[in-house]
Design a protein around this ligand. Structure first.
Ligand code: FE2
Ligand code: FE2
Length: 338
């Protein structure tokens, strides 16, 4: 069967527009990536508008400039990715940033990890939790530490993020005995783009419709309409700039584009499903923690739960644990307070 070829969009050649000023190389690089992320596979030619990616590139460059990733954390993450690196060397690097070291120990000793006896040092954390977990905590503490002074709506987003991280971790552990690599961090920073958007004063979220703060999959639609891009893609660009793992950036970029994530599959598809499932539950639990079988039935029919293999029965059985873990995360997840 012959393949149908979409006809090219009609182009008005009679009224040429003035050429925009050239973009600096590093902004152009971000703009290209943004265009790919935002409109890849989008059949609507209006979305091929360069303006959205230009303004987002500028916002991403500004946000990355305002919030450079802490240098000590960056070095520690490099060492934590090296299975040959001695624990003592990693501990020495982490100790250079006292707030990072304190944050790491606070999170390692929190209800999230439940050590049988207190973890007393960075080396102890590496031995008992493993390199991967300590790496995840360092990245989490460093990233959220950038927003330690959050207040008002930003504080609410931080709380939402901590709760989503804790819920995603529970779903990861339920999904497979060993959990899902990096899922806690993915949950924690999935909405970092909102914090960055606030930081660069691109959008006042307080002026948006209330449902953008109380329901999943609402906010990014408003952002796209107003800014031409959304917090998911902005956050991913800045995470890439910070040199956090590529997969993590991809999960953040696609957490409101589940179709693309599930089509890609693998750890990215699964992580997006678990983050989305946790996101939906977090909004629900923020409203009411009473068990809600009808909600679980509806959630189980939705893409994320179906993709990750959670039935309504699973969700109902997990409800008390999810409520408890969310409360613990909200009560005790004090990351990197100065
Ligand atoms: Fe989001
Ligand atoms: Fe969210």
């Amino acid at each position: 069967m012959a393949q149908s070829v979409p006809s090219p969009p009609s182009v008005n050649v009679s009224r040429p527009r003035a050429a925009p000023p050239p973009l600096p190389a590093h902004v152009r690089e971000i703009a290209d990536a943004v265009r790919m992320e935002l409109w890849f596979g989008d059949a609507d030619p209006r979305h091929a508008d360069l303006e959205a990616s230009r303004s987002m590139a500028a916002a991403a460059a500004k946000a990355a400039g305002l919030k450079p990733f802490p240098e000590v954390a960056q070095r520690a993450l490099g060492l934590l990715a090296d299975t040959e690196a001695p624990a003592a060397k990693i501990a020495r690097v982490v100790a250079e940033d006292t707030a990072l070291a304190a944050g790491l120990l606070r999170v390692a000793n929190s209800a999230l990890y439940r050590p049988t006896t207190p973890i007393a040092s960075v080396q102890d954390a590496i031995v008992r939790l493993g390199l991967g977990t300590v790496r995840e905590i360092v990245a989490a503490v460093a990233t959220m530490g950038l927003f330690a002074d959050a207040s008002g709506l930003a504080h609410a987003i931080r709380n939402h993020s901590a709760a989503v991280a804790a819920l995603a971790r529970v779903f990861g552990t339920e999904w497979g005995a060993k959990g899902v690599d990096g899922i806690f961090l993915a949950g924690l920073i999935h909405d970092v783009g909102k914090l960055l958007t606030m930081q660069v004063k691109e959008l006042d979220y307080a002026t948006l419709a209330p449902e953008t703060r109380t329901k999943p999959d609402e906010c990014h639609v408003h952002e796209r309409a107003l800014l031409g891009y959304d917090h998911a893609v902005l956050g991913a660009q800045v995470l890439t700039h910070w040199k956090l793992q590529t997969e993590l950036s991809q999960v953040v970029a696609w957490h409101h584009q589940p179709g693309r994530a599930y089509a890609a599959g693998g750890i990215v598809g699964l992580s997006v499903a678990l983050v989305r499932l946790s996101d939906q539950l977090e909004y629900k639990l923020a409203e009411n923690i009473a068990p809600d079988p009808a909600f679980c039935e509806a959630l189980a029919m939705e893409g994320a739960a179906a993709y990750a293999g959670f039935s309504a029965h699973h969700l109902i059985a997990m409800w008390p644990k999810l409520v408890l873990v969310r409360e613990e995360a909200l009560a005790s997840f004090g990351v990197h307070r100065k």
